[in-house]
Design a protein around this ligand. Structure first.
Ligand code: 0A1
Ligand code: ZN
Length: 852
């Protein structure tokens, strides 16, 4: 149970810790219910601490039983609270020793040391180390760790390099000073998939991917991705790995995707295990990206860490930016950019436009675990991308070199980061810094006029005020533009305009004819753009824009416009839009992935956001119906070509999870979706029966279930995959996401009664409830049943796993958008959860902010 009166922590209150920790020795004697942890920690007064060193010391510690404590060998009796201990300390350097007892088997929060399927593992970011032993658990306290693990398990791991390996005992030493949040320990009956990598300076590194026996066949892809990441970071950023060993462990029970512990990354098994039979194309792509992300943290996060948790975006924004560069290089850059923008608009914009809005660098929090958000991660990455666009590639990599040299071994801040750029480029980044300090998505509107040979673009920016930023000021917006002549040729190649004022005009002279402006190419800034282009101009850009992102964007805008007219005016699907996508989808000079992306419709949630922006309460049932009607109209419009495109994109070679094959499959399956609307599911059933890989099997199953023809195959699928937890997660999720809106809540409820449902496994819980909250029309069905079901389960899960509960609460963040009936229903559930006795700090903070 947590503290009753939640404390708010402020960035402005930061002070250095009065002591340095010169070394940490830990000794673990593992036992499911009574693990003993002995620590020997050497403290010394911190020269960076201004003022006199205090004569009492505070150490964090939660849910641990103190057995004994000594300072300089003398037993002491510290004052204990639920949050830690305080004790008197001598003036100079001193040694702290303690022994504590913890109960990993009962640790359902999956934070600190816990057990998953009989194996021990840890999760210490952000503040989990304090559940392992008493310690100054803050990222600016960095130390060298030596760890001994004793237990009856064949595999005993910790950070760094092994120094002693005996039967039932292993000793590890990590030479790189690190904060406690990067500590890790794993013990269990595991098998290794091993390989090696030679770094650019010739260092031999052993690589191991540890999994549960039985999962050996799902390791090869992850290992390949790791080696590709190591090579890429050398080639692109000049960053080399720095230990003799790099271990990854797959764990079934994990709150997030993965964790970058020094030399011992711990992964949610869904984020690392893959095989063609059990994983979809998207799974493979996500796994490759997460492996890269965690590996890249070795420099951006571990070698240079964060001074405090307010600086989280320093490591996360930069590392997400780096992993997106990696994916662009490994796969298709335009496809990656477009999918990132879809994701940003879907998750981050919703966050930024609602009660949870916060700056990329927040200034206060109650529970840091609630700030691992799309804003910190994805908008944080966009900010890095803008910086790179503004200074140019060469200056960017020069600044990064300086950052790595100057701050290696530091716990740094956003100020440090920006200073590196200011010094190496001579730019003043004071205004740019607002991207870190202001919440909210800027609205950017543009008007264009043409006279003689001159085009004038006039931009206006405005950020709606929010609780987090009541008085937003103009930001620096890099606006990449190009101009396209009426004959389709390029009047101006991409040029980056630097907007700094509330309103600003840019002129382009010497034009031979009036061009169509292509604005915000590549989505050069995370803003909502309003540009009053005619449908004809949009169609022109869709056909001729040299910027792949903007070509896609124009098609998207046409789809959006038609859908909005269908929703609000009962209009028919726009024939011009249908003709436009027909043309792109049949254009075999384009690659299949691009053609498929052009066919993608705006999601229900995106349409709800657009309606809300326009001042209309979204009607989820009407949005769903409009998308269905559009899907029907598309099936008609493509009736002449769907079967041919499907056949032409059938992959006959052996399954490979690469971009080329995945692109063909995604286009083929877009056609299959249309075919299924016309053939009673015959083709989808054939694909299901003939599938030799999970991607094709699952897509076919989803289409059949969506068409109401999936019962038999659902049973067969369950029988085939009942022993594979990751595949069964797909089975659970698919039934909810493919349910009719009126059946979604009942389907989720029925699935919670399935013997394989368990709410203590975050993947399984998210399979059902993540799918439910993503099912816009199902979650927001007028009955309110889904709200009640979710609230019931959040109340059940909270005492066991506050982190996963709190994250799922964001489903309610848009409650104020909807009509008063739906608002009242959501508010009632928010209030009911908040009234639950002993609700966790995590969930309390989330719902209090959401309630507003
Ligand atoms: N740093 C990890 C993500 C992560 C964050 C928090 C966690 O527990 C609260 C676990 C993992 C990453 O960015 O991959
Ligand atoms: Zn990260």
């Amino acid at each position: 149970m947590r503290d009753a009166a939640p404390k708010t922590i402020y960035l402005s209150d930061y002070t250095p810790y009065p002591w340095t920790v010169d070394s940490v020795d830990l000794h673990f004697t593992l036992d499911p219910h009574a693990t003993r942890v002995r620590s020997l920690i050497r403290f010394a007064p911190n020269p960076a601490f201004t003022g006199e060193t205090p004569n009492t010391m505070f150490l964090h510690g939660e849910q641990i039983k103190l057995i004994s404590a000594q300072i300089e060998g003398t037993a002491i009796n510290p004052d204990l609270t639920g949050e830690g201990l305080t004790c008197a300390v001598p003036g100079g350097p001193f040694t702290w020793e303690s022994e504590v007892e913890i109960d990993p088997a009962n640790n359902t929060a999956l934070e600190g040391l816990y057990m998953s399927n009989g194996m021990y593992c840890t999760q210490c970011e952000a503040e989990g180390f304090r559940k392992i032993t008493f310690y100054p658990d803050r990222p600016d306290v960095m130390s060298v760790f030596t760890v001994t693990v004793e237990g009856p398990h064949p595999v005993l791991l910790s950070n760094g390099n092994p120094v002693v390996t005996e039967n039932h005992l292993a000793k590890w030493h990590d030479p790189w000073p690190k904060p406690a949040y990067l500590f890790a320990l794993v013990a269990g009956d595991l098998v290794a998939h091993s390989d090696s990598f030679t770094t650019m300076s010739g260092r031999h590194v052993d690589l191991n991917l540890y999994v549960r026996p039985g999962d050996e066949g799902k390791c090869a892809f992850g290992m390949q991705a790791l080696k590709a990441s190591m090579k890429w970071d050398e080639d692109v950023y000049g960053r080399e790995y720095d230990l003799d060993l790099f271990n990854i462990v797959a764990v079934d029970d994990f709150n997030m995707g993965a964790m970058e512990n020094k030399g011992l990354n711990i992964f949610n098994s869904s984020a690392v295990l893959a095989s063609p039979e059990t994983s979809t194309d998207l799974n493979f792509e996500r796994i490759e990206a997460i492996i890269a992300h965690e590996y890249f943290h070795n420099w951006t996060g571990n070698r240079i860490t964060c001074r405090d948790w307010f600086q989280l975006c320093l490591k996360e924004g930069l590392t997400v930016y780096r992993d997106s560069q990696f994916t662009s290089d490994m796969r298709s850059a335009p496809v990656k950019r477009i999918s990132d923008v879809i994701d940003l608009r879907g998750r981050q914009f919703a966050e930024d436009q609602g009660p949870l809005a916060h700056p990329v660098r927040p200034e206060s929090f109650q529970e840091i675990n609630n700030f691992y958000t799309a804003t910190v991660y994805e908008k944080g990455a966009e900010v890095i991308g803008m910086l790179k666009t503004l200074v140019g590639d060469e200056a960017y990599y020069k600044a990064l070199d300086l950052y790595f040299t100057r701050h290696d071994g530091d716990a740094a801040t956003i100020e440090d980061w920006l200073k590196v750029f200011e010094e190496s480029t001579g730019r003043d980044l004071a205004q740019f810094k607002r991207w870190y300090s202001q919440a909210g998505t800027p609205r950017l509107s543009v008007e264009h006029s043409f006279e003689l040979d001159t085009l004038t673009l006039t931009f206006t920016q405005h950020t709606p005020p929010s609780a987090a930023t009541p008085d937003p000021q103009p930001q620096v917006i890099p606006i990449a533009v190009g101009l396209i002549y009426p004959d389709g040729t390029e009047a101006l190649e991409t040029r980056v305009l630097e907007m700094t004022k509330a309103t600003q005009s840019f002129r382009f002279t010497g034009l031979e004819d009036e061009p169509v402006p292509s604005i915000l190419r590549g989505f050069s800034a995370p803003v909502v753009l309003t540009h009053d282009l005619s449908d004809a101009d949009r169609a022109h850009l869709l056909a001729h824009d040299t910027d792949p992102f903007n070509r896609w964007e124009q098609g998207r805008m046409l789809a959006r416009k038609s859908l909005l007219a269908m929703i609000t005016e009962g209009a028919d699907p726009d024939p011009a839009y249908l003709a436009g996508i027909h043309k792109v989808a049949t254009d075999t000079t384009l690659d299949p992935a691009t053609r498929a992306l052009m066919l993608d419709m705006p999601s229900e949630a995106e349409l709800a956001t657009v309606l809300h922006e326009a001042g209309t309460a979204p009607d989820p049932a009407a949005i769903y119906a409009a998308r269905e009607a559009m899907a029907e109209a598309r099936a008609d419009a493509f009736a002449d070509v769907a079967a041919d495109i499907y056949a032409a994109n059938t992959v006959t070679e052996a399954y490979q999870p690469n971009a080329d094959q995945a692109g063909r499959r995604v286009l083929g399956n877009a056609m299959l979706a249309m075919i299924t609307r016309r053939d009673d599911g015959a083709q989808a059933a054939a694909q299901y029966d003939g599938a030799d890989n999970m991607n094709q099997q699952l897509v076919a199953l989803a289409l059949l279930v969506g068409a109401g023809k999936g019962d038999e195959k659902l049973q067969a699928f369950e029988k085939q995959w009942q022993d594979d937890r990751l595949v069964m997660d797909k089975w659970f999720g698919l039934q909810v996401s493919k349910a009719k809106p009126e059946d979604a809540a009942a389907t989720a409820r029925r699935l919670t009664e399935h013997p394989a449902f368990t709410h203590t496994n975050p993947n399984r819980f998210r399979a059902v409830f993540g799918a439910l909250v993503m099912h816009h029309a199902g979650f927001h069905h007028a009955s309110g049943d889904a709200y009640t079901l979710l609230a019931d389960w959040l109340i059940t899960l909270d005492p066991l796993n506050p982190q996963t509960t709190a994250r799922m609460c964001s489903a309610f963040q848009t409650w104020k958008r909807y009509d008063s009936d739906q608002q009242a229903k959501m508010l009632a559930e928010i209030t009911r959860i908040l009234a639950t006795p002993n609700l966790s700090r995590d969930t309390t903070e989330m719902l209090t902010r959401i309630k507003g």
